[in-house]
Design a protein around this ligand. Sequence first.
Ligand SMILES: Cc1cc2nc3c(=O)[nH]c(=O)nc-3n(C[C@H](O)[C@H](O)[C@H](O)COP(=O)(O)O)c2cc1C
Length: 315
Amino acid sequence: MTCVSPEGRITPGCPGLYDPAHEAAWRRIVDFVHAETRAKICCQIGHSGRKGSTRLGWEGMDAPLEEGNWEVMSASAIAWSEANAVPREMSRADMDQVRSEFVASVEMAARAGFDMIELHAAHGYLISSFISPVSNLRQDAYGGSLENRMRFPLEVFAAMRAAWPEDRPMAVRISANDWVGEDGVTPEEAVEIARAFSMAGADIIDVSAGQTTPEARPVYGRMFQTPFSDRIRNEAGIATMAVGNIYEADHANSILMAGRADLVCLARPHLADPYWTLHAGAAIGDRHAAWPLPYLAGRDQLWRLADREAEAVRV
Ligand SMILES: Cc1cc2nc3c(=O)[nH]c(=O)nc-3n(C[C@H](O)[C@H](O)[C@H](O)COP(=O)(O)O)c2cc1C
């Protein structure tokens, strides 16, 4: 997540898009991607809300900073856990401020040349804290019914859509299940959440789940969140991305071929191997992938070895 303000960071190590220096730095990265590859690059923007002011992930996930904590805010004044600070319940003035920060980030992302922008409305961060009843106990027009809980998230999304070039796509990442049964967002309600963002102009819904409350009891497994993407795509007719414990080329291809998603995202496999996609493609016989020119010798050897292995399996 690229953060829309200093207070919107999750940790002091998070990337941002709220200063002219950030825009210039991103421009350099985006230009490099476009010059050297055929890849498209998307910027996910978000605000941490009540899960902000915490340590780097590998120094204590969701744990408050040892010093230099900043004030956090959220839909309601409920701390993420006993260890975290109680957030300020957002006022209407706070909402105006945050909405304009999202718009400013969108404008910077457009000028930096990103191909797509994604609103992070999942995982318990600020926008997600409005959508989920586990973190939104507001008594005003922004809490209660799903329509009310979606009011501020949709307002932010609409402002982003108006600022983002019409010919470039937009995505929204949602948590399609709070994993607390009927007390939270259910996969059924997620279809309505996706529909609302789609009606507001989202081109694709990035279907994640959970991380909205420490009370969650997720059921993990191979491709465990794909059923939620499947449901949104096929019940509401909305384009989706599937994510979550997808780690083999066969997983990705079977999700796509079975019509369970339009795009597949892999996170941790790419941390272990940034060339995962090129390697997986080579292993299953894809000979059309574009490799950076300086790597062609590596590509040719990999393809030869993959062909030899496939031949040995056939024999
Ligand atoms: C180190 C790390 C950082 C992550 N950062 C983000 C993030 O900024 N935004 C987001 O939506 N998800 C983030 N995620 C979640 C991943 O996008 C993904 O949903 C999750 O890892 C499950 O997919 P995987 O099994 O392919 O890793 C992160 C995951 C990891 C491991």
